[in-house]
Design a protein around this ligand. Structure first.
Ligand code: A3P
Length: 288
């Protein structure tokens, strides 16, 4: 199995996600009521997926237990022969409204999803915590390239030479589109600060107005602790030939600021410059 990155229209992609990517971009058929969860990797995709699934099931926890998160909310570009069926194929058979998860940057996003003006929930997270989370994920995920040392990894991240390319381009491009398109832009740090408030926001975007009881139930069910213990959300249902959770668990820490345990002062300063560059000229701000 190849683990290096391949270039797709200028974006470095993990092989497992690159195989028929141009075909997906050009030919994936959207439906009017599709809901997309778009993120840069390690920004809270799984968390938002479980929240949206529960919202669509009106907070019914039993209904949400119908399958593992990566089957209920398939990843559009995922394609690993002999393992889980390709995301685009699973999506052909799931009932509507479909919830589609993707890490694709704006230039690779399927044309048909733009044409149908589907609802998109974008989740963004501060790049220091993303880099830390991605580093641990690259080590445990057997489809991903070897991250090298932490020092080496920081350089790759800053260069955008990691799966799905540059963090800065990703969060900026999606941010700039939010006035034009049907996009709800959410921050991981805001979800941590007040999950109930953010769940209400997402529910409203999806046309639901829930009682306090329902929102609280969704909040409890999607807490880090609950999701870490839930075999349907903690990815233990996925083969260890893909994710070796003995190296690092998928539900690793789920906090803001774990970067402080990884960055030296010099690395942090270098990364601050990177962050300033990437967000210059935008009104995009992150909590660290
Ligand atoms: P850490 O590695 O920092 O712990 P993604 O789903 O996009 O791959 O993101 C994974 C990150 O989200 C991991 O971050 C994971 O622990 C965190 N996460 C997953 N579920 C969460 C939850 N319910 N609350 C807080 N963080 C969560």
């Amino acid at each position: 199995r190849r683990r290096d990155l391949v270039n797709v229209r200028g974006v470095p992609m993990i092989c497992a996600f690159a195989q028929n990517l141009e075909e997906i971009t050009e030919h994936f058929q959207a439906k009017d009521d599709d809901i997309v969860i778009a993120t840069y990797p390690k920004s809270g995709t799984t968390w938002m997926s479980e929240i949206v699934d529960l919202i669509l099931n009106d907070g019914d926890v039993e209904k949400s237990r119908r399958g593992a998160i990566f089957q209920k909310v398939p990843m559009l570009e995922f394609r690993v022969p002999g393992e889980v069926p390709p995301g685009s194929e699973i999506l052909e058979s799931v009932p509507s409204p479909r919830v589609i998860k993707t890490h694709l940057p704006v230039p690779l996003f399927p044309k048909s999803l733009w044409d149908k003006n589907v609802k998109i929930i974008y989740v963004a997270r501060n790049p220091k915590d993303v880099a830390v989370s991605f580093y641990h994920f690259d080590m445990m995920n057997q489809l991903h390239p070897d991250p090298g040392t932490w020092e080496e990894y920081i350089e790759k991240f800053i260069e955008g030479n990691v799966g799905f390319g540059s963090w800065g381009a990703h969060v900026r491009d999606w941010w700039n589109l939010r006035q034009q398109k049907n996009i709800l832009y959410i921050f991981y740090e805001d979800m941590l600060e007040d999950p109930i408030r953010e769940i209400r926001k997402v529910a409203k975007f999806l046309g639901k107005d829930f009682s306090e009881e329902v929102v609280n139930r969704i909040g409890q069910q999607t807490s880090f602790k609950a999701m870490k213990e839930n075999p349907l959300t903690n990815y233990t249902a996925l083969s260890s030939t893909i994710m070796d959770q003995s190296i690092s668990p998928f539900m690793r820490k789920g906090i803001c600021g774990d970067w402080r345990n990884h960055f030296t002062v010099a690395q942090s300063e270098r990364f601050d410059e990177y962050y300033q560059r990437e967000t210059a000229g935008t009104d995009l701000t992150f909590h660290f």
